[in-house]
Design a protein around this ligand. Sequence first.
Ligand code: SAM
Length: 266
Amino acid sequence: MTKEILESEVYNEMESVQNPNIVYPDYYLNPFHAYDEGNLSWLAAAEAEPATMSITRRAIPDAASLDEAIEVVRGNWLRVIEQHHLEYSGNSVVADILDIGCSVGWSTRFLANKFPSANITGLDLSPYFLAVAQYKEKNGSSSGKCIKWVHANGEDTGLPAKSFDIVSIAYVLHECPAIATVNLVKEAFRLLRPGGTIAITDNSPKSKKLQELSPVLFTLMKSTEPFLDEYYLLDLESALREAGFINVQTILTDPRHRTVTATVPH
Ligand SMILES: C[S@@+](CC[C@H](N)C(=O)[O-])C[C@H]1O[C@@H](n2cnc3c(N)ncnc32)[C@H](O)[C@@H]1O
């Protein structure tokens, strides 16, 4: 998969997705996931989807296939979002969805398939990832609505206030310092309409599977994901309430991951 991307025409997408005025936060400019340029490289972008697939497969070791693992990990996540929005939004309309930290667009495509009538925006700090996302969308068989790709910092997107019904932040926060997480949550609150739903999915600090990882493996992971400690120590539910969210709910959606959902009050 990596070779296919690196040998494709993906490079042509860069100019149209890149925001030349972007200011990267300091934490984003350090080596990350064992790439010297962190997420700002073609290799990281080309390896992102296979890496996500292997993480999904590892999360559900008993699954008979990758598809079965995806159905558990992504299926449960999507069902929790749908259920929360139905229960608390007041009107259950889903016209606009924002996927913050969309990477190469995997989570964005799942959201697009689950909510086919919604307008979907994928936003990320890496123009390399967005270039892959846009390239894959152009060359895929998807017949749904076009996804809008935005190169911006999710902490301060510049998008209009109250313009989304659902804001998703999937597998982003364990890669961010706590201060960025607090800013991402505040920005999501600003972007959501009254009754709108934020959905955060990521490693669960209460997961037995993760707690039982060997200290050696955990230390190795921390060497490529330097903010894991900050992520596990932050009380995410309190951060959501402090930002103004209500109906804060946390569900272990698979043995390793939690999905935290909350509502913007009417
Ligand atoms: C593990 S990937 C997310 C994967 C994707 N959402 C999924 O579910 O498959 C984390 C992403 O967060 C992005 N990211 C990190 N900090 C960000 C920020 N402040 N604003 C926007 N994107 C950010 C990274 O560039 C990376 O693409």
